[in-house]
Design a protein around this ligand. Sequence first.
Ligand code: GDP
Length: 537
Amino acid sequence: MTAASPVTASTSDVVWEAGRRRTFAVISHPDAGKSTLTEALALHAKVISEAGAVHGKSGRRGVVSDWMEMERSRGISITSAALQFSYGDAVINLLDTPGHADFSEDTYRVLSAVDCAVMLLDAAKGLEPQTLKLFDVCRHRGIPVITFINKWDRPGMDALRLCDELVERIGLQPMPLTWPVGDAGHFRGVVDRRDGNFIRYARTAGGATAAGEERLDPAAAEEAEGGEWTRAVEEADLLAETGGEFDLDRFLEASATPVLFGSAVLNFGVRHLLDLLVELAPRPTPRLDVKDRPRPLDAPFSAFVFKVQTGMDPSHRDQVAFARVCSGMFERGMVVTNATTGKPFATKYVQQVFGRERTTLDSAFPGDVIGLVNATSLRVGDTLYADKPAVRYPGLPSFAPAHFAVARPADLSRAKQFRKGVDQLESEGVIQILRSLRRGDGAPVFAAVGPMQFEVATHRMDAEFKSPVRLEPLPYSVVRRLADPKQRSIVDGGTRSEVLTRTDGVDLALFIDATAMGVMRRLNPEIQLEPLVASTD
Ligand code: GDP
């Protein structure tokens, strides 16, 4: 920062800082190698000195991001936060996404805070269900995607077939920037399609300490690899003829994806991925407010909360709200306004949080993620801003729930704690809460995208709020949005359907199956039932 005082950043500073930011998340199916890739990325950026220290699972060293007891015992990563590191002149924000399928709602919200996604595929498995779901969200939000085909060091699918899968199953044109030399399992290295050189994989002892890569020109490559090299070059040329040439605009409009081949565990291709992120990933841009007006990057500070989490540090039960900065410079100690409530919020305790590692944060710029500690008044979707003009960003998406259960306090004398716990879980987005006059306030309905969300909710009600709950599953499997509240009685009348209202005010029509809904539609052709899109924004 130039001659500006420590509490103000000039407009050009903010724009310059924002321009250095690359904020992204890795989307993948469990086991594709996301944790390994995160470690490898961090290793290249030199935030840590040893792979395994940042992001681990049970059994590994330095299990940093697993904070919850349940999570530890299951060895899955439920939490999400952000890892920030510098790479050359760029500042990279890698937002962690939970890997388990049932935590998709949380994962989806994280995607509202990124500018780019890395789609990580296992070379032996191609597109897997969780990847497909997450990709859908990226597509829905127009997030550009870079594809990294991982585990090329072991037997897998044919490279051309993997590329065909992208076109055929998700309509995404692959634009390979590297092309493998040698089949999966007989990995030699890759052709760098942009300069025609060979990036050869050089084995290093242990593999974890350095990127084992060396560059050879095409003549040297042919001499070294013979037929494998020629075949790779021919295949790469073939791709160019079938629309696989790199096109920046198609990447930015999310209709095509640059593809890299590599191996996270061997550190191969990881530096290339980082370079590509710096080169291609969109920089933070002005975010649209609820009235579709862009908030300039250099306007006063604003941010939106995309995640609220309690109990990250079991020794003092605290609550951290994660917010992505959208405009201006954030400084610790600033008093900001919560646009939803109009109330001030003091930011004395602001941290950069990744797993259990916390560092106090002094300033942040558009694209960065801040963790606001003791933020009990903040909810997912809230906008924070400092100074005039005020701003409010659209709320975050709520996803169509597929599992429903009535929740009752197991111990009626704990009714107050029960209510408090339910409110808390709802505000964190752990579960959705549905209510109706008919069911009354004492027995809210928990609704979830995946059944494991129920497990987390009941575990936390018991462990944190000391109010064990009894869940009675409801038989509904089909859900629609009831567009006209006056039509409520049509759905509410029978035994095979009912209407419940979500906390965001949306009326959900629930049916036990598609037949029940079909019958109702035939008998009441006037009824307006809309598919529940993932998004409310
Ligand atoms: P996550 O569930 O997506 O976070 O996956 P992990 O990073 O935990 O990886 C799952 C398994 O795949 C682990 O046993 C890793 O060691 C292994 N793995 C990750 N990347 C590679 C790779 O490039 N090659 C090979 N052979 N194994 C890998």
